[in-house]
Write a protein that binds this ligand. Structure first.
Ligand code: N01
Length: 532
């Protein structure tokens, strides 16, 4: 007999495990399927050297349990991957979550049976369960992008992707290592790999802005002060446009209202705070290209000061507006290019042509390597969802539905796909904010919604086409007021050959979503409801 649940959750990352806890509190039966061998999602897979969260630990943590946030002691301003994984293991054990999670189980297909009002969930092993509701907690940055470079299979050495790093340590000492990609993952891995490898070749196609993290042991006084009013701290962060960093200043005024000396002093101050805070130094950086250029130029000046070889400094200096691609937060990134044995290879002017048994050949020459590391990112926001064959009403496939780009209502629901929720889906703030706050908002929204449906004897909830259209226009309109769409980025899907170019996340956070009851039964019908 096929097992049946009220709710199936796909994915046991940070989103899936909070969702599981909250679904249980509604009193529904639930099963979680997870492809990996353990919980943790991003933090389970991204074990590359130097992996560390670039959101501060006091903020990159759960807020659904006051006892949990009081008990757990973060050790640094930014947590390392092993520390976050220990935290996740603690949460799984503390809330007894493992008993409802099936690991090593990849979901392959979801099919909606309209007559029965049930989803059939099929796993790669061919097993099936049925569920009334399905919650996709598959993550925004979980489908690794491995570039299709000719000759990959001929390489005689090891190839690793940062987002599929082995559990066993990879020994890079005395080796010639090539890292392809200089986004956030590459920027974190490169300084650590440079300390181990004999020779390091960094294959850079687009230089990214790397701002200093200024990581340090967490100040016990700060930790105590936050814990004394954690609820207030969370509320103040949730009121920020990026859902975080409320304890630091923000200057809303224009860069053009101050003298050159005052501008320089302000930029130095925010640069000194570390993390992405330099983007807070003036109010028009992300909306006025001339303001943005002044700040971009300030960072390029820092690169020239740090990197001794002027040609290398010039190559490391980004040309696109700062913040348009996600800024990278690093430690000793630019300094690493002063080390002997570290070579920057410009693959914008001379692209990679082939991987050979001995290494990588570009249009300008060959580089002999023992290990290749792809730090080439993800098929963001839609990759993991469309990797599953999801079929809603009338066998409509989500892939067809999104052939012109993803469209949702609130990033949570798609018309034609009843009782299916997309946690932190396209059209929600997600990747432009602290993911843990975005997860909290969606998990709470979905759990409240399930409670409401149960209490009011509602069997089906489905986003309306009108709401989806209006929401899509809203997402475009908000992004259009910023510089985000002005360069090629994974926010737009521009990093994946053939992917439709659509700006996927919603810019801004505060109070973006009304409750399920408001949008289902209020004046504006974003979701349609069916009673049996
Ligand atoms: O991926 P990316 P990422 N040949 O897409 C290059 C989060 N994150 O894994 O820009 C040569 O940013 C590509 O070049 P280009 C964070 O949100 C967070 O680094 O396409 N190069 C680029 O340089 C982040 O933004 C944390 O020209 C190729 C790089 O690979 C997001 O994940 C840590 C290529 C990919 O950069 C993604 O970051 C890590 C090719 N064929 C990640 N294909 C923290 O919290 C791609 N590239 C710390």
């Amino acid at each position: 007999m096929t097992d049946s649940f009220d709710v199936v959750i796909v994915g046991a990352g940070l989103g899936g495990i909070q969702m599981l806890h909250q679904v249980r509190q509604v009193g529904l039966t639930v099963r979680v399927f997870e492809a990996g061998s353990g919980a943790g999602g991003t933090w389970h897979w991204n074990r590359y050297p130097g992996a560390r969260c670039d959101v501060e630990s006091l903020e990159y943590s759960y807020q659904f349990s006051e006892e949990l946030q009081q008990d757990w002691e973060w050790t640094r301003r930014y947590s390392s991957q092993p520390e976050i994984l220990r935290y996740i293991d603690h949460v799984v054990e503390r809330f007894d979550l493992d008993r409802d999670i099936r690991y090593h189980t990849r979901v392959e297909a979801l099919t909606y049976d309209e007559r029965a009002g049930r989803w059939t969930v099929r796993t790669e092993a061919g097993d099936e369960v049925v569920a009334r509701f399905v919650i996709m907690a598959t993550g925004c940055l979980s489908s690794a992008n491995v570039p299709d470079i000719a000759g990959r299979e001929t390489f005689a050495g090891e190839i690793h992707h940062t987002a599929r790093w082995p559990k066993q340590p990879v020994d890079l000492s005395g080796k010639r290592v090539g890292v392809v990609g200089t986004g956030s993952s590459g920027v974190q891995a490169i300084p650590v790999i440079a300390q181990q490898a004999e020779e390091l070749y960094v294959f850079q196609r687009t230089a990214a802005y790397t701002l200093p993290a200024r990581d340090q042991p967490l100040d016990p006084e700060l930790r105590a002060a936050v814990k004394a009013d954690y609820a207030g701290f969370r509320a103040r962060n949730s009121a920020m446009p990026t859902a975080g960093l409320s304890r630091y200043p923000t200057n809303p005024s224009s860069i053009f209202l101050v003298s050159a000396a005052e501008r320089e002093a302000a930029l130095e101050y925010f640069w000194g705070l570390g993390g992405p805070l330099v983007l807070r130094s003036f109010g028009d950086i992300m909306s006025d290209p001339r303001a943005n250029e002044l700040v971009s130029d300030f960072v390029r000046g820092k690169i020239r000061q740090i990197v001794r070889d002027p040609e290398v400094a010039d190559l490391l200096s980004p040309k696109q507006p700062i913040g348009c691609k996600r800024v990278c937060i690093g430690t000793d990134y630019y300094e690493t290019f002063n080390r002997p044995g570290v070579h920057l290879v410009d693959v914008a002017s001379a692209p990679i042509e082939e991987i050979t048994p001995d290494g990588i050949r570009t249009a300008a020459g060959s580089h002999a390597l023992d290990v290749i590391v792809f730090a080439t990112g993800f098929d963001a926001m839609t990759g993991a969802l469309l990797g599953i064959d999801i079929r809603g009403r009338d066998s409509l496939s989500l892939k067809e539905m999104w052939s012109a780009g993803p469209r949702t209502y609130l990033g949570l629901g798609v018309p034609g796909f009843p009782n299916l929720f997309t946690m932190t889906g396209p059209g929600s703030p997600s990747v432009l904010t602290n993911m843990l706050v975005a997860i909290h908002q969606h998990a709470t929204w979905i759990a409240d919604c399930l409670q409401y449906l149960v209490d009011h004897d509602i069997s089906v909830i489905e986003a309306t086409h009108e709401a989806e259209d209006a929401w899509g226009m809203h997402v475009d309109e908000v992004a259009g007021k910023t510089l985000f769409p002005s360069c090629d980025s994974w926010y737009l899907g521009a990093n994946i050959p053939g992917k439709k170019r659509v700006f996927m996340p919603l810019v801004g956070f505060p109070a973006y979503a009304k409750t399920c009851a408001e949008v289902a039964e209020g004046g504006y019908r974003g979701f349609a409801l069916t009673r049996p």
